[in-house]
Design a protein around this ligand. Structure first.
Ligand code: NAP
Length: 482
């Protein structure tokens, strides 16, 4: 499919109450590999966003009363349609976000899987019935949809972060207003079109694209009719939104930033550890909340590990995500390149050594080469901030206790990775790590069937997995006198 054809297939308006409509303003969507404008999409103001919440609130009672099996069938059909349109949707994602076509395809498949998973969960929402301990009363427990929900997603996984929220919301019987990131609105707009084709009733999902998120989302949060905010993005914005939500005691799910440690012990299988580190570092060109941010390697194997990782990183082809064989696409924008350049310069000034990459490229588009730094000191800025790019920061440790202490020495706690061939050490270290998820001899943990989420400043709640639907359900207890 031609690039223009793929972009031209995406509706560019606001999706409110089942209708596409233009807004008073528009905003451009750029291709980060060229800097060129791909198209213009609606740029909602607060009044237009208010109409989206009106539509969600109006549709809520009927949607909550829709049989679970019907909700499930719509999600199953949307799963099928996502896979049927995978070529077109991957191209759209690559163009607006930069990741390679192979990675975009894998994200569409991952995104679709959330719909399949929650289609299966929609018909398994259970309750309870018990006798009160003192006798007499019976306790009836039922679970009901939370109500209209606000969903805010980031640019790095433009489709999957949407389906990870929409899947459970739709399954649980919640209507929603979803706001994708301004830099990558096209994937969610294309998804809305797919949900219409799958038979989703008007008003159940409403899409608001905007360049002024604060002005547009704050009134929706304070309105009182929305009963849930599910946010994926930076810890800074997440904290701000939590404060706002406190004013109406709104339920929240917060999927925030990470600073993942990647531990390689002296008894690790080094081939596996390097393969895992490449995946944990380079998925999404390093722009992933689960990216290995600090690679801590036992001092006895660090030289060999660094040599192998350097060789593999140096061999990765860089270019536009649409080109065959490319692995390193562009970063999301020039500001991301500048941030990485600053973090690398800072680490080098503090004593780190560059073994490959490490300098900006003289070419159009927001590119930064795959880079390996070794001997990164603990006080380097990149050990405390998300690198969010293709830079592997390696440092060493000598004892297991030191590795665990350093791994936990961060306010974040999303994911950690551990490479060791010792089962007892593996279990011991996994249990000691302060993170919501751990990859034990595994470099990618994302899985729709697993509970995804963090501890500490990485967030609240879990998405996907057996408990993902709970985020959109309230438990009601009915006391019965018998
Ligand atoms: P971000 O700047 O926090 O933005 C995330 C979303 O929030 C975007 O849609 C953004 O809109 C919106 N937003 C910004 N300010 C807002 C406000 N005042 N009110 C309401 N909405 C607002 O994060 P990002 O740079 O897009 O994404 C990268 C971050 O997401 C990283 O920290 C990464 O670790 C995290 N992340 C976490 C997970 C997870 O599951 N834990 C997954 C993926 C990413 P605009 O686009 O208009 O700014």
């Amino acid at each position: 499919m031609l690039e223009e054809e793929a972009i031209g297939s995406v509706p560019t308006g606001l999706f409110i109450g089942g209708k596409w409509r233009q807004s008073a303003r528009t905003m451009p969507v750029h291709d980060p590999s060229t800097g060129q404008i791909l198209c213009e999409v609606a740029d909602a103001d607060a009044a237009e966003a208010g109409e989206a919440l009106d539509a969600a609130a109006e549709a809520q009672p009927a949607w909550a009363a829709t049989p679970p099996r019907e909700r499930s069938i719509i999600l199953t059909e949307a799963h099928r349609l996502l896979l049927e349109h995978i070529d077109r949707l991957s191209l759209i994602m690559t163009l607006e976000m930069g990741k390679t076509l192979a990675e975009a395809r894998s994200e569409i498949a991952y995104a679709a899987e959330f719909f399949r998973w929650f289609a299966e969960e929609a018909v398994r929402i259970d309750g309870g019935y018990m006798t009160a301990p003192g006798g007499g009363s019976r306790l009836l427990l039922t679970r009901q949809p939370v109500g209209p929900s606000l969903l805010i997603t980031p640019w790095n996984f433009p489709m999957a972060m949407g389906t990870r929220k929409l899947g459970p919301a739709i399954a649980a019987g919640c209507t929603s207003v979803i706001k994708p990131a301004a830099q990558t609105p096209l994937s969610i707009l294309a998804l809305a079109d797919i949900l219409v084709q799958a038979g989703l009733p008007d008003g159940v999902v409403n899409v608001v694209t905007t360049s002024t998120p604060d002005e547009v989302m704050t009134p929706l949060i304070l309105d009182g009719r929305a009963r849930k905010l599910s946010f994926t993005g930076s810890t800074k914005i997440g904290k701000h939104l939590l404060e706002l939500c406190a004013r109406t005691v709104m339920r929240t799910s917060m999927e925030l930033g990470g600073n993942a440690p990647f531990l390689v012990f002296d008894d690790a299988n080094l081939d596996d550890a390097v393969t895992g580190a490449m995946a944990a570092k380079m998925r999404n060109i390093g722009q992933s909340c689960t990216a290995a941010n600090r690679i801590l390697v036992h001092s006895s194997v660090v030289d060999e590990f660094t040599r192998r990782m350097t060789e593999q990183m140096a061999a990765l082809p860089l270019g536009r995500g649409t080109e065959d064989g490319v692995v390193v696409g562009p970063l999301i924008d020039d500001a991301a390149v500048e941030k990485i350049d600053r973090l690398v310069t800072d680490a080098v000034e503090r004593g780190a050594t560059v073994t490959t990459g490490g300098t900006r490229l003289d070419r159009p588009g927001s590119f930064y080469p795959a880079t390996v730094l070794t001997g990164v000191p603990e006080d380097a800025e990149m050990c405390h901030d998300e690198i969010f790019g293709p830079v592997a920061a390696i440092s060493t440790f000598d004892t297991e206790a030191e590795a665990v202490k350093r791994a936990n020495d961060t306010p974040y706690g999303l994911v950690a990775f551990v490479y060791t061939e010792s089962l007892t050490r593996g279990i011991r270290v996994c249990e000691a790590l302060e993170s919501g998820m751990v990859g034990l001899n595994q470099g990618v943990v994302s899985n729709p069937a697993a509970p995804f989420g963090g501890v500490k400043e990485s967030g609240l709640g879990r998405e996907g997995g057996p408990t993902g639907i709970d985020e959109f359900l309230e438990t009601k207890y009915i006391g019965i006198t018998v």
